[in-house]
Design a protein around this ligand. Structure first.
Ligand code: ADP
Ligand code: GLC
Length: 518
């Protein structure tokens, strides 16, 4: 997005800093409820915005997995009344907590019928059949919550399709609402593959009138597409890396919405996610066997490697490269090309570990590989926060052969842990990893471009060769990676600018000048 300099928000000198009020509405937030990177982002970015001085609040559902006791949540007095169109009014309770390490309030919507189950989105790989109502409810309840809290946000920050319909609601049934009618919206696109496609009758649950079921707004292939509506209506849009903001305007990455996105290219920018270095830092990580810094990386990683090998039942060998994966096991992550390449990879004198879950075929497939190569391959099928950290620290290389990757966090964690990532150069992987240059000893990882088992195998081979034959190169890779920083402070600064621009667009120059000066 090119920001018109005439419309540029006023410079923010410390004295001139005027805080914004921001509501994050999302389907997950770490550590309360998380399935992937979306949870990491919603659990971290608000903390850093609050440190800048903004009034930030977060709303997510109260799934059964949200532990009320552990986080000391308290039930707020009162009930939210949420208009669900033909379904009628739905009532829900609200729990309140704080994002750990901050004062940021998090509100949890308690609705037994919609959220009283263990999973966030699915069970045994099958999406819940009422996900349409569950997330339309979340979107509407987020707006009703503002009334309950007497909170008028400047900006509502929506994420992916689950809350993607909020910008539509703000421009229709909530346009004249006392609390949110003036709110600007920012829709962050974390993943274009999932769009919230449902039967047309959902229009009657949205209750905004069938005139919005048209090819520009909510209709897509005769279905309601919540993400499409959000892309059309949001004040501004962003993706989680610059490269992905370009990619989604092309057929290969837009999943049918590339045209809709291109129409709004002037309002779309890319902001790379940050790393929460309070969580992902080998110098303070309590999950790993030995804490280490860039100075002690060799010794520290060797201890972590031995510990990981023992934990996963592999021979404790220092003399072989250990490759690690922590990932949802789905096509997006290149699980299919890894499945194809793994036999050839294991012909080398290497070890390989996978921590992940996802599509059932992958559970069986990699389970069988573990049985075939017990000395070389181990996997943990499931979700384990501790193991995710232990792989980052204990592996020599981290493997991410994604077909597409809007940002990706694990490659950035790997860099921080001195574990050079092997990535396919797409989206955030392209933006955050620099390819190793043996001549200049620059770079911090290994990149390949062609999405194929052959290219993956070759690049894993290059890393293995580096491990065996180029110890100075390996040391340089570790050093370069550990020096790199992807701070949430830097990302929060960019979001701050986008929020202000969104307010300017929504409420006009006069309001903006009165409110913020400039
Ligand atoms: P995505 O959101 O597409 O899954 P990201 O790289 O942005 O990809 O984020 C994935 C996040 O989920 C990381 O924090 C990663 O450590 C975590 N994660 C993924 N799978 C597992 C797992 N099986 N166990 C523990 N953590 C996992
Ligand atoms: C999505 C993307 C991932 C990104 C995450 C957080 O889950 O798949 O690449 O890092 O969102 O933005």
């Amino acid at each position: 997005m090119r920001i018109n300099p005439i419309n540029m928000p006023a410079p923010k000198t410390a004295a001139a800093f005027k805080p914004l009020s921001i509501l994050f509405a999302a389907s997950e937030a770490a550590p309360f409820a998380k399935e992937g990177g979306l949870g990491d982002v919603v659990g971290a970015l608000p903390k850093y915005l609050a440190r800048m001085g903004h009034d930030v609040r977060v709303v997510i559902p109260r799934y059964y997995s949200v532990n009320l006791k552990k986080y000391g949540l308290r039930l707020l007095p009162g009930t939210l009344v949420v208009p669900m169109g033909v379904i009628g009014f739905q009532y829900c309770g609200v729990w309140e907590g704080r994002l750990p390490g901050s004062d940021v309030p998090v509100y949890f919507l308690e609705h037994e019928a919609y959220y009283g189950r263990a999973g966030l989105y699915q069970q045994d790989g099958e999406g819940y059949l009422d996900n349409d109502n569950r997330f339309v409810f979340l979107s509407k309840a987020a707006l009703e919550l503002c009334k309950m809290l007497n909170f008028s946000p400047d900006v509502i920050h929506a994420h992916d399709w689950h809350t993607g319909v909020i910008p539509v609601l703000l421009n229709t049934s909530y346009l004249h609402d006392r609390y949110v009618g003036d709110a600007a919206s920012l829709l962050t696109l974390h993943n274009m593959q999932h769009q919230g496609n449902f039967y047309p009758g959902l229009m009657d649950v949205l209750g905004i009138g069938w005139k919005h079921f048209n090819y520009l707004e909510l209709e897509m292939d005769d279905q309601v597409n919540l993400l499409k509506g959000g892309i059309y209506h949001a004040t501004l849009l962003n993706t989680v890396s610059e490269e992905y903001s370009r990619e989604i305007q092309t057929a290969g990455f837009g999943w049918g919405l590339e045209g809709v996105v291109s129409e709004r290219a002037n309002d779309l920018s890319g902001i790379l996610n940050g790393v929460d270095y309070e969580e992902w830092n080998p110098a303070v990580d309590s999950f790993i066997a030995a804490k280490y810094s860039a100075r002690t990386v060799r010794k520290g990683k060797a201890a972590c490697k031995r510990d990981l090998q023992a934990t996963l039942g592999l021979p404790q060998r220092d003399d072989v490269p250990l490759f690690g994966v922590v990932s949802r096991m789905v096509k997006q992550k290149g699980t299919d090309i890894l499945a194809e390449a793994i036999h050839r990879i294991l012909e080398m004198d290497v070890q390989f570990v996978i921590v992940g879950n996802g599509e059932p075929w992958a559970h069986f497939y990699f389970g069988d590989i573990a049985a075939l190569y017990p000395e070389k391959f181990a996997c943990y099928i499931g979700y384990s926060e501790a193991l995710a950290h232990q792989v980052e620290a204990g592996a020599d290389f981290f493997v991410m052969p994604s077909a597409f990757e809007p940002c990706g966090l694990n490659q950035m964690y790997s860099l921080a842990y001195g574990t050079p990532p092997i990535v396919r150069a797409t989206g955030g992987l392209a933006d955050s990893v620099e390819n190793f240059n043996e001549a200049t000893m620059s770079g911090d990882g290994f990149k390949f471009w062609h999405h194929s088992a052959a290219a993956l195998f070759d690049t894993v081979g290059w890393a293995a060769w580096t491990f065996f034959n180029n110890p100075k190169g390996l040391a340089a890779l570790r050093r370069n990676g550990m020096k790199k920083r992807f701070t949430w402070e830097a990302a929060a600064q960019k979001y701050d600018e986008l929020y202000r621009l969104a307010v300017l667009r929504r409420r006009g120059a006069e309001y903006y000048r009165n409110r913020f000066g400039g």
